[in-house]
Write a protein that binds this ligand. Structure first.
Ligand code: G
Ligand code: G
Ligand code: MN
Ligand code: NA
Length: 259
């Protein structure tokens, strides 16, 4: 309750920021997109990560307002990046936002007001979206289909960590599969655990490709990870090996130097 009160006040006080982590084309190392990641920065305090407040924001419904703010902020930041460098934007969307009857209209409005084309936006949803939207799963599917008809792409985030993964691939209208970072090998590929991790990544990449989905690996922390993923045919990578999530001006500088 205390956290929730602080969160509500923080929304009103504008204490949130959006940081961005580049998503890199594994073939040539060029950034192709940025993922928007929300941060709570109370005045005079260190930034608080989303793991500490997104669950409370979801349970309380505050995520609907916060998510709309993130979406509008991120579209405004990313529109000039798209114009200059052709880089696209990905934004996380929680199940609660997808059962909001106005969600499609809010996304279309954020795009229109920012000048970012629909085709330059990807929405990241998690595997739980159908389950956690309870009786409203149909509403979520209607939004995703309507937005895809506008040109927006849909990514399934943290793939492989939920359950019924294969049914979701069949039932959800998606374009991109993000392989959860827990599948990255811990070492240089030679240990037993590494062989198993590599086999799982290979299988997920092959599955995604056979379904015509773009693959993005998360948690790319080493050059070994990047080389392995490229060899396995994964399209894109995201992780500390390339860059941490950074404020918009830093990301723009990075794009200016590398795209
Ligand atoms: O960098 P990181 O700590 O930012 O993100 C932690 C988790 O918080 C991730 O699983 C990410 O999907 C989630 N997250 C980050 N930003 C947002 C957001 O704007 N909306 C939602 N719903 N989740 C977010
Ligand atoms: O939406 P998602 O759950 O994928 O959010 C990405 C989360 O992963 C954020 O918390 C981000 O800070 C974190 N992250 C990004 N790159 C790496 C990485 O290379 N290693 C680890 N351990 N975490 C990462
Ligand atoms: Mn994500
Ligand atoms: Na993820």
């Amino acid at each position: 309750i205390r956290l929730l009160e602080r969160l509500r006040a923080a929304v009103d006080a504008g204490e949130f920021a959006v940081h961005y982590q580049p998503i890199v084309n594994l073939d040539n190392g060029t950034p192709t997109a940025a993922e928007a990641l929300v941060r709570w920065i109370p005045p005079g305090q260190a930034p608080i990560g989303p793991d500490r407040f997104i669950p409370a924001a979801e349970d309380s419904g505050l995520i609907v307002a916060l998510g709309e703010w993130v979406l509008r902020r991120a579209c405004r930041d990313a529109a000039p990046w798209y114009q200059r460098w052709g880089t696209t934007l990905t934004v996380n969307v929680s199940p609660r936002q997808l059962i909001d009857p106005h969600f499609t209209r809010k996304v279309v409005s954020a795009l229109r007001d920012s000048g970012l084309p629909a085709t330059a936006l990807t929405l990241e949803i998690t595997e739980g979206v159908l389950v956690r939207s309870g009786g409203h799963a149909q509403q979520a599917l209607v939004h995703l289909s309507a937005l895809r008809a506008e040109g927006v792409r849909v990514a399934i985030d943290d793939f492989g960590t939920g359950y019924s993964s294969l049914a979701y691939l069949r039932d959800l209208p998606i374009d991109v599969l993000k392989i959860d970072r827990s599948f990255m090998p811990a070492g240089n590929g030679h240990g037993d655990g590494d062989a198993q991790q590599t086999a799982l990544v290979r299988t997920i990449v092959d599955l995604a490709r056979s379904l015509g989905l773009t693959t993005v690996a998360e948690g790319v922390e080493t050059a070994y990870h990047a080389d392995l993923l490229r060899a396995l045919g994964c399209d894109r990578g995201q992780g500390y090996h390339f860059a941490r999530p950074i404020p918009a001006p830093e990301l723009a500088m990075m794009f200016a130097e590398t795209v």
